[in-house]
Design a binder for this molecule. Sequence first.
Ligand SMILES: O=C(O)CCC(=O)C(=O)O
Ligand SMILES: [Fe+2]
Length: 580
Amino acid sequence: MVVVLAMKAIVSVELAVIVHALMLLDDPLLSLPSTSENPIFRLRGSLRRHPNNRPPHSPLTSEPPPFPPPQLVLADKLFLLKQPDVQDIDKVGFKEDVFTFVKDHDMVPLYETLVADSVLDMDRTLLDSMRAKIDDELKKLDEKIADAEENLGESEVREAHLAKSLFFIRIGDKEKALEHLKITETKTVAVGQKMDLVFYTLQLGFFDMDFDLISKSIDKAKSLFEEGGDWERKNRLKVYEGLYCMSTRNFEKAATLFLDSISPDHQHNDNYPASDEEIPTIDYSMLLSDDTDQRSIALQLLAHACEEYGFFYLVNHTMPDDVLKTVLKRISDYFDPKTVDERRISYKKHPSDKFQWRQNANDGENREYLKVIAHPKDQVPSNPISLSKVTEEYNNEMRKIALGLARAMSKNLGFDENYIEKALDMKLGFDVITMNIYPPNSEAKSDIGLTDHTDPSFVITLMQDVNGGLQILSHQGNWINVYIPHHAILIQLGDHLEILTNGKYKSHVHRVLVNNNKVQRISIVTLHGPSLDKFVVPDTKFVDDENPQTYIGMTYRESLEANGDNLIDLQSSLELIKLA
Ligand SMILES: O=C(O)CCC(=O)C(=O)O
Ligand SMILES: [Fe+2]
């Protein structure tokens, strides 16, 4: 009676919370399936997620296992059945549910235990029929494995072994399931698929609260992620780890993990409808990979994202987690609502072309922001504020990423990899960081955090603390809600890449909503520009009879001065640069 003994051993509040937390993630699981259909397949992909919240457009990924695992619903009912304070009338219902589940999934080992514990009555005919079905099914699964091993490819062999592992999970035979998951692992190459096997193991661990198995599996998953892995699986692991933390009473860590993995329901605003269309995801590590196949897949995906979208999420990049965390913390401290007057006074005293600070709460804009020059070094003011060191570190890291993208894009455009760097003279590139907080530390006067605009520069990189509010207008004219996966960077192409490529790679309009003051959000937006003196004009390579030159040339400085109070203001002047 492993299950029930383990259940008893657990402090009731914790188990109830854990199982109910799982259930909250997917309401349909509250009722047990009443058909003989295998819920593992029926519920595949049922993890409630933002529609935009999908793995990269990468052929190397596949669907992870269902979440939450249906067996945990069974564990919940079994637990409630054993509680003295649960009403008898409710117990009758739970007993029926448990019986149906056991019967539908041929869970012979659990049935025998429940009969021995007088929870269920013995029905010999049922037991024999379940055993016969298991034998029958195992025979078929073994035949499939033999056939795959003899006649088919590696992926079919893996699939056949996985099917047998899932069968043992379904009938609740933990030992055999673990044994067979190990065999399946030896047939698995892709990191994502290896992760999925760990998720199945975690499901087994949570079913009977096998803490040793759970913690070993979490460690294993984490080390697998060091080899790569998509963000959705990483999010999923956070939920599992959060549950584990709850069961060990580490509630603070659990809360952080849950919040990190949550989807941004709060970001919708009925007055500014936008779709949840998928935004491409590019794996930076694949762009730099030594494996030529991987690199070429990543380059193709990047070319598609640049031409068809003009924005994408960058994952598996090189921005260190601690640098991002520190900069976000410092910005949050800096925007302390109690010190807003100090900031106002301080910025009156500073050169307005080196810093710009504003607090706007009006119909057209509702944000507080600080803009600072981050590159080249001789432009960076001797910054008196607490942020200078962290923004310098952050920008050093982000510059490397922007230059890495410049190299990849140069190749995609048919040039050698230094092309963009030279064409925009990025060694002396003018980088400005804008730190935004929405709504500002005063009541917002409208829904608009930042109104529709495009940005000058080569690319714009954006990181943030929470999702919510940013919308991008697609080239097809639809507004799309942006949901940046945890720790990913949103990359947007800037006006000057559009000018250089004569419109092949376009910048795009975007805006920020403040969502009725529901969520306060910090973003760090860097415009990685050409050097101020670089004359930027469409390259002749992109100009021919079919594609006449559509932009006039001017230096970056002239383009920034054309439409702003000063350079740091960074207003787009694309409309002035565009030929009719
Ligand atoms: O904060 C955001 O999400 C976007 C900000 C932005 O577009 C900008 O600062 O140019
Ligand atoms: Fe912007």
